[in-house]
Design a protein around this ligand. Structure first.
Ligand code: FAD
Length: 458
């Protein structure tokens, strides 16, 4: 029989979920002098374990000035990514440094540092729902063993990943409760395998774009360069449109290749990835949302670890100021939104437009575009780092290729570049206070719906 207790415990901040988002938030708050509680439903030795490609760009770590993975936390060094066309005839090489991490060890590094500085971590605790009083989140209901308890706090953080355990139970009129349209998610599955032969150029990750193999997504081959023969191989498909299961596609089209013959399965697993613009607001009264729970993922490549930590960083700054001033309102926490939209959200919103465009191209269009170098390697780098598709690049391509086989594709590309730019500027103009959010939000919704009707035609 479960007992319901009103806990005497009270905190300044309760963080629900100790994945990379929650763990890094605890790390950023560790020296704030406030009483912080970090909860996860997993036992400590499994915390950080989540199906992932394990790739992270070095630029995120540099920007956040956090310790880079080392020793056991590091499974590979990355020098760049090769992107292959659908028929694998064309290859773009985009250079840039990064890491293949041991996701468990790297996540736990932040938790351990936080614990050393006084953050309380509790494992095997399930967060059930938010406690809401007078329009403010003022605690959470948790299940701890056989007991159901209330924990009181000034600010609650939802870092429960795509489950969004707390945010989805907030009132509909709160912007943090915005649901994920299944079409704005990728369903991804990956395996870690040990190949029989060493891998060529193990510091180069490979991405294969093909609608036949990975409709609305891509498949990847990410070697762990520091563990000879080990590779993370996975596949993502767009959700909500009746696509086949990614595991079926991976086995059918990828693992059937010679390179995987007699390879050893080390582990497998999958999860949905939100691939859209961020939540319209990461904060509300006494509440904040970070990481996958706030849709802080790159919509084109689906990488979310770096941006999860970035959202944690922005929220940490706002939370410390709010606690110092004794004001936990959305208005006070708002600076987290300004910080995130400027650092990453604006780029995410532009890439969301690009993602929708890419998802409706045929393999023939993609092959043609890459072969003709309509967008070149260096442009791809700019798109992925900044969310800019330079109009000048597109105009040059238009002049070169107008009248050739696919003028409609080029016209579309020009429109896409314009909408990306518009969306980015709109997000960079994010409102200064919550009262202005509804007008801003209806503006973004309008840009998206016009883009869908005029360019995507859906
Ligand atoms: C197959 C796949 C490949 C990917 N590849 C990459 C990649 O190569 N690079 C990259 O950057 N990103 C990648 N991503 C995305 C990346 O994994 C996520 O964006 C990132 O891990 C999100 O971190 P998070 O902390 O927000 O969420 P999560 O890692 O999901 O953490 C959420 C935590 O909350 C806990 N939790 C959930 N519910 C409750 C509850 N009720 N009570 C208490 N605790 C709870 C969970 O146990 C978990 O520890 C990939 C995703 C998938 C699915």
């Amino acid at each position: 029989m479960r007992r319901y207790l009103v806990s005497e415990l009270s905190y300044h901040v309760v963080i629900a979920g100790a994945g990379i988002a929650g763990a890094s938030l605890a790390y950023f708050l560790r020296n704030s002098g406030f009483k912080i509680l970090l909860l996860d439903l997993k036992p400590f030795d499994r915390v950080g374990d989540k199906a992932c490609g394990d790739a992270i760009g070095k630029h995120h770590i540099d920007e956040l000035k956090i310790p880079a993975p080392e020793g056991r936390e590091l499974e590979g060094l990355v020098r760049g990514i090769d992107v292959y066309s659908p028929f694998e005839d064309v290859r773009y090489r985009v250079l840039g440094d990064g890491y293949e991490i041991n996701r468990i060890a790297y996540t736990q590094k932040f938790i351990k540092e936080a614990i050393k500085s006084g953050v309380e971590f509790r494992e095997k605790v399930r967060v059930l729902k938010p406690i809401i009083n007078d329009g403010f989140v003022s605690g959470v209901v948790i299940r701890d063993g056989e007991e159901v308890k209330e924990v009181r706090t000034k600010i609650v953080i939802d870092a429960t990943g795509v489950a969004r355990v707390l945010a989805r139970q907030c009132p509909d009129e709160w912007p943090v409760s915005e649901e994920l349209d299944p079409k704005d998610a990728n369903i991804a599955y990956r395996e870690v395998r040990k190949l029989k032969e060493p891998i060529d150029e193990p510091e180069i990750l490979r991405i294969y774009v093909s609608n036949k193999v990975a409709p609305g997504g891509y498949w990847w081959f990410f070697p762990y360069s520091l563990k000879e023969g080990y590779v993370n191989v996975g596949l993502g498909v767009q959700g909500g449109v009746g696509n086949p299961h990614p595991k079926t596609q991976l086995y059918r089209y990828v693992l059937s290749r010679d390179i995987f013959k007699d390879s050893e399965l080390i582990e497998g697993g999958g999860a949905p990835v939100p691939t859209r613009r961020p939540l319209p607001s990461l904060v509300w009264n006494g509440f904040a949302v970070i990481g996958d729970a706030a849709y802080c993922v790159n919509p084109v490549h689906g990488g979310g670890k770096g941006s999860a930590m970035l959202s944690a960083f922005c929220v940490a700054e706002a939370v410390i100021e709010a606690l110092n001033d004794g004001d936990y309102s959305a208005k006070k926490l708002w600076r987290a939104n300004k910080c995130y939209m400027k650092k990453y959200g604006a780029k995410q919103a532009a890439l969301d437009i690009f993602r929708m465009f890419l998802q409706q191209l045929s393999d023939e269009d993609l092959e043609y575009g890459m072969r003709r170098k309509i967008i070149k390697e260096e442009d791809l780098n700019v798109v992925s780092l900044k969310g800019d598709l330079e109009l000048s690049v597109v105009e040059k391509a238009m002049r070169l290729l107008a009248g050739l086989r696919r003028p409609s594709l080029l016209l579309k590309l020009r429109a896409v570049a314009k909408y990306m730019d518009l969306m980015k500027r709109y997000y960079l103009n994010y409102p200064d206070s919550p009262d202005k959010l509804p007008a801003w939000k209806s503006g973004t919704d309008k840009i998206l719906s016009v883009f869908r009707v005029k360019v995507i035609k859906s």
